[in-house]
Design a protein. Structure first.
Length: 192
């Protein structure tokens, strides 16, 4: 039952993110404006899209680092926020790439293809679960061997490690999703 609730929540989050990507959200430009700003840059379409992917990857990494800084203590609050924000960033990036490729991002077919691009993101949750379990076991083993003075140093380091892990996962998955979108909407354009 919990898995069905999570799938439903993710689907609703993706639908929300798609709508906000098209219209803009909280002072963030729409995917149209984002795409147009990159298409106005010098270079080929390929170079413009690579630039877009690089910058969105950097933004996702910064978000993951910031939201991961709290470590295990703040995870119940920051993980849902991080997941929603990364889904939004990635969908906005994919939609901008589709628009740059001349696709009608209001069509159901393109919307479905945008969601298919997100499948590359499915590994993220699995990796996070594995990373958390390994991290928890490692932290318990290390904590058992440390003195009280060393525990203070470890407590200070764990939040930084959480930020690094969050940044890494978000950057890697955003880059993968961007490359998949480029392949689907630009390189394989004739097959769409």
């Amino acid at each position: 039952m919990k898995e069905n609730i999570n799938k439903g929540l993710i689907a609703k989050t993706m639908d929300w993110a798609y709508g906000k990507a098209l219209s803009g959200f909280g002072g963030v430009d729409s995917a149209y404006t984002l795409a147009d700003s990159y298409m106005a840059e010098k270079g080929t379409l390929d170079q413009q899209i690579d630039s877009l992917i690089r910058w969105q990857t950097a933004k996702a990494a910064a978000s993951g680092f910031t939201l991961g800084l709290g470590g295990l203590m703040t995870m119940p609050l920051t993980v849902p926020v991080n997941v929603a924000s990364v889904i939004y960033m990635q969908i906005r990036m994919i939609t901008a790439i589709a628009h740059m490729g001349g696709h009608d991002v209001n069509s159901d077919k393109v919307r479905s293809m945008v969601y298919i691009c997100m499948v590359g993101n499915g590994a993220k949750e699995l990796l996070k679960d594995i990373g958390l379990k390994v991290g928890e076991k490692l932290a318990l083993k290390v904590a058992a061997k440390l003195t009280e003075k060393s525990m203070s140093s470890l407590a200070k380091a764990l939040p930084i490690a959480g930020g690094v892990v969050g940044a890494s996962f978000d950057a890697v998955t955003t880059r993968i999703v961007g490359k998949v979108a480029k392949k689907i909407f630009i390189e394989d354009k004739g097959e769409l």
